[in-house]
Write a new protein. Structure first.
Length: 567
């Protein structure tokens, strides 16, 4: 017998009648006949079902007339609940049949968020762990101390004026074809005040001549760029530290500084660091309106062909065919151009904008260091894993220093907190300290003026700020005392107008200090402390220039000068 069509996905529960016939028709259902006497069942009267008003509902035809056979025990309540569920699934609980948005249960949402955070944490830890491993490897080869020092943060060592002085030496063993690559063609001192967050940079001319204090291939005196390799030529780590220790003392004596740290780098460190940074920006500031150009590096424009045409060179090095050729103003430098700009000093056949030779080169080197610092500490760099690991690789392979690993965090913090406006570059030639690139203005091997200049620039003491003019007279009867005392006072920041012998027409019972102007109280206190005498306001026994603030008559030299006096 054929099945009847279904309504809302259901079929009638018995063959006779249509679904809902007993609900729609008000006639009550006919009761069943009583069972016969032979039947073991107990006859029961089935209650008459009262007429029920059918619920108003929207009946939606199923997409396909699939007929199902309902189980025989299905009650009317089951049918009603099934119909209501179908209506809810089709139309949704809201009026107009709008579909309900599905949301995850609160517990499920928390699990999803937790899993996402765990995945992100694993990624971050993985990246951080990779950087830590790279840093540890670089630190082990480049710095002193154990790797556990990286978790510490020690203050840097300081001199008597509270400054940390760092000697930076650059050689070019890694630059193929570079003549005399063992020479320190870049010599720079960086003096940092950790508390005031300022720094001074001074470059020592490589052609400056000095006495070595030991026998070198060039003799006992000569250009200072020979000294580092003259100490020894071994390639061990111990030999490297010996060279750095001796160089800190040697260049410290020239400048009158206590140098606590040293860094030895080769040219690759600049090339690799700038490459890792993706380039830097440097401002060219030349007295020549055309900018700076050095044709000494034009071979890089020939593409390996020594006979390349000018057209080829212009194509490889636009617009003029010169590798180092920049107008005044900001310029972007890639790794190669930064490296060779740091070497440019106008030695090509055709050049301009580098008339001061080494002094101009040193100024460019200082600018490049500042530009590297800025780019390395920028947000975009610090969040770029490739750049960070590239910098670490460059430092690990091409840098040796006596910094302890426990001091690196302090160094990084200072570099990040110190703006370029607080880093002052000193120019020895422009300030009249050097005449040319090989000799101080005071004469060959005479560094007293240089030491006074450096001390005044770097010294933050009240005495240095007063800059008092002092005349020193020797009453000790020992030759050279006035000159030695004057040098010592100059290193404290005083201006030494003259040194001479005290008049022998007077008997001196001790050291004497005469103050001519009452405007230098800090200097007066310092002189009293050094010489154990009270400042006098009476006229001195000798006529001096009106610019003099103090006259110091030395009968008994200070302990420092007595130990160094050789006459």
């Amino acid at each position: 017998m054929a099945k009847r069509p279904s309504i809302d996905g259901f079929v009638p529960r018995r063959p006779s009648g249509m679904m809902g016939e007993y609900h729609i028709d008000a006639t009550p259902r006919r009761p069943r006949p009583a069972p016969s006497a032979q039947s073991p069942r107990i006859a029961r009267e089935r209650p008459v079902t009262p007429p029920i008003e059918p619920p108003r509902r929207r009946i939606i035809e199923a997409p396909s007339p699939v007929q199902l056979t309902a189980p025989q025990g299905l009650s009317r309540r089951d049918v009603d609940e099934s119909l209501q569920q179908i209506d809810a699934d089709v139309n949704g609980p809201e009026r107009g049949g709008r579909q309900r948005k599905k949301y995850a249960a609160p517990g499920k949402r928390k699990k999803i968020i937790k899993r996402v955070l765990i995945v992100l944490l694993i990624i971050v830890l993985g990246m951080g762990g990779y950087v830590v491993v790279k840093t540890l490897a670089a630190g082990k080869s480049a710095f002193k101390g154990d790797l556990l020092g990286l978790v510490q943060r020690k203050d840097l060592k300081m001199d008597a004026n509270g400054r940390s002085n760092i000697l930076i030496l650059g050689t070019s063993e890694d630059d193929k074809g570079h003549e005399a690559s063992y020479l320190t063609d870049s010599i720079m001192v960086l003096s940092v005040d950790q508390k005031a967050k300022n720094a001074y940079m001074v470059s020592i001319p490589r052609d400056l001549e000095a006495k070595y204090g030991l026998a070198c291939a060039s003799g006992y005196a000569g250009k200072v760029n020979v000294y580092f390799s003259c100490v020894n030529s071994d390639e061990t780590d111990a030999a490297e530290q010996e060279r750095q220790t001796a160089s800190r003392q040697f260049f410290g004596d020239i400048l009158g500084l206590d140098i606590q740290y040293s860094v030895h780098v080769n040219y690759s460190v600049m090339r690799d660091v700038v490459a890792a940074l993706g380039g830097i920006t440097v401002t060219i500031e030349s007295q020549d309106p055309r900018g700076q150009m050095d044709s000494n590096f034009d071979w890089k424009c020939k593409g390996g062909n020594a006979y390349a045409s000018l057209a080829t060179m212009k194509k490889n090095c636009p617009p003029s065919g010169h590798f180092i050729d920049y107008p005044n103003g900001p310029v972007n430098l890639d790794a190669e151009h930064a490296l060779y700009l740091a070497q440019a000093r106008g030695h090509g056949d055709e050049t301009y904008g580098l008339a001061r030779s080494n002094f101009d080169r040193e100024q460019n080197q200082q600018k490049i260091i500042k530009a590297i610092k800025d780019k390395a500490l920028s947000t975009g760099t610090l969040t770029n894993l490739g750049k960070v690991t590239g910098i670490i690789d460059a430092l690990g392979k091409n840098l040796r220093t006596n910094f302890d690993t426990s001091e690196l965090r302090t160094v990084m913090s200072l570099a990040q907190d110190m703006p370029n406006s607080s880093i002052v570059g000193l120019d020895l030639e422009a300030d009249g300290i050097m005449l040319g690139t090989a000799q101080p203005a005071a004469g060959q091997y005479e560094f007293s003026d240089l030491r006074v200049y450096i001390h005044k620039k770097l010294n933050n003491s009240p005495v240095a700020r007063e800059g008092a003019h002092v005349v020193v007279l020797n009453a000790s009867g020992v030759g050279g005392v006035a000159k030695t005392e004057g040098d010592m006072l100059a290193e404290l920041g005083m201006e030494i107008d003259s040194v001479n012998n005290a008049p022998d027409t007077q008997t001196y019972s001790g050291n004497m200090i005469y103050q001519l102007h009452a405007t230098k109280p800090e200097t007066a206190k310092k002189l009293e402390s050094l010489y154990g005498a009270k400042v006098l306001t009476t006229p001195p026994p000798i006529s001096v220039a009106e610019t003099a603030d103090f006259v110091v008559i030395v009968l008994k030299p200070t302990e420092t000068t007595a130990a160094t006096s050789d006459q």
